[in-house]
Design a protein around this ligand. Structure first.
Ligand code: AMP
Length: 395
């Protein structure tokens, strides 16, 4: 695996695919600069070597050129975070861009305009990719969030650099962390899959059964499993058409010696709201008119013991409707358990879908070993898929 550490960038122009798809407020100010911060180590190393940097990214989902999605809005923030005045050019290919790239001196940074102003970007157009490739001597991919897309800037562009391509330090860290969980893990390995639906996680569950010793299934997915085994789930979220699949998963897990842990009790509510009436009930005996919205205290205790017994932990998805305070306790308790074992030397990785939101909201981001930056890319990796953006650097 080639990373920026394998290159000396002196007198070289690095074309870096970053993920600067950051949130903006109504005044077009960046409200969360995490992704910009995350790209800093790669940019710093290249400049310190004596090279220059050309940054390319997408922002939002513009339909053609739309001023609201211009990367000019983030120039000030990128400059502030990197501590160097960043130059901006209002295009990402063409004569003016070539001129700006040619004029770029060692130690300087040029930010290109939103790649998605061209439909050729998401189409993975060859000609467009070739034009992008003219903007640098070495291609660096540091955007895990788009690594599952075979877009021009994430994948196709790499083929014009033959040996001169590598992973940025952020993407390298993502790959190493996932590898530490899925392939080179210290046993016992635990995966915690929460969230809303079995249907959106089914491929992950099936793939992960070959990698883990324990699997905690929580959140809304619980009820499809409970009902499939004959329990009463009341008005809880449940996918009846996935019940057979749930039973198959339980059988496969048993055959592979994977221990599955489902909640045994839940906090049930008579309404999907913070001030609903609530009661703790057995997960198999939820009355009609009530829905399970969080893991109950007994479940929290059992999950704590499972977490305690494991050396490698992967966490994807909340154990309850964490957005509502009343139903956030199970997710918080789990975060505390993971925090404790991480302090004791376990490796913990959080990522995929919305998991990161829950982890950030409750202040766990600094307490786990690694928080993945790519929702969809992480899920596809957990599903066992090869990501085109990663393959393009490896090939
Ligand atoms: P996902 O994107 O699949 O990880 O799902 C996250 C969503 O699952 C969050 O918005 C939670 O509110 C929701 N969720 C978790 N537990 C439950 C539950 N018991 N009932 C309904 N929704 C849930």
């Amino acid at each position: 695996m080639k990373t920026i550490e394998d290159f000396n960038f002196k007198n070289k122009k690095a074309l870096i695919r970053v993920d600067f798809n950051v949130p903006l407020n109504n005044n077009f100010e960046v409200t969360d600069a995490t992704r910009i911060e995350a790209a800093k180590p790669t940019i710093k190393k290249i400049l310190e070597d004596g090279g220059s940097v050309v940054l390319m990214s997408h922002l939002g989902r513009p339909k053609g050129v739309e001023a609201a999605y211009s990367l000019k809005h983030i120039v000030e923030k990128v400059t502030e975070v990197l501590g160097i005045q960043v130059k901006f050019i209002a295009d990402c290919v063409g004569e003016k861009v070539t001129e700006a790239v040619n004029n770029l001196q060692n130690g300087e940074i040029l930010l290109l305009e939103n790649l998605r102003f061209y439909k050729e970007e998401t189409a993975g157009d060859e000609g467009f990719s070739k034009q992008l490739a003219n903007n640098g001597d070495i291609y660096v991919n540091d955007a895990f969030g788009t690594a599952h897309r075979a877009h021009a800037s994430t994948t196709i562009v790499a083929k014009y650099f033959s040996e001169h391509k590598c992973f940025g330090s952020l993407l390298a860290k993502e790959i190493e962390s996932i590898d530490k969980v899925l392939n080179n893990s210290e046993k016992p390995v635990l995966a915690i899959l929460g969230g809303a639906k079995v249907s959106s996680k089914i491929t992950v569950i099936e793939n992960i059964l070959d990698k883990v010793d324990h699997l905690i299934i929580g959140g809304g997915m619980t009820f499809t499993f409970v009902k499939a085994q004959g329990g009463s789930v009341g008005d809880s979220i449940c996918e009846d058409d996935k019940m057979e699949l749930a039973l198959e998963i339980l059988e496969k897990a048993a055959a592979k010696n994977v221990q599955i842990h489902l909640p045994v009790d839940v906090l049930a509510a008579d309404d999907f709201s913070n001030d609903a009436n609530t009661q703790v009930v057995d997960v198999t005996q939820i009355p009609d008119g009530w829905q399970g919205l969080d893991a109950g205290p007994k479940s929290q205790h059992i999950f704590d013991e499972v977490v305690n017994s494991c050396k490698t932990i992967l966490w994807n998805g909340p154990l309850g409707v964490f957005e509502l305070e009343t139903f956030s306790k199970g997710t918080i308790a789990l975060g505390n358990s993971i925090d404790r074992v991480t302090k004791n030397g376990a490796f913990s990785l959080v990522g995929g879908g919305d998991s990161v939101a829950a982890v950030k909201q409750f202040g766990f981001a600094d307490k786990v070993s690694y928080v993945s930056t790519g929702g969809g890319a992480m899920l596809e990796t957990l599903e066992g898929k090869n990501l085109p953006g990663i393959d393009a650097i490896l090939s």
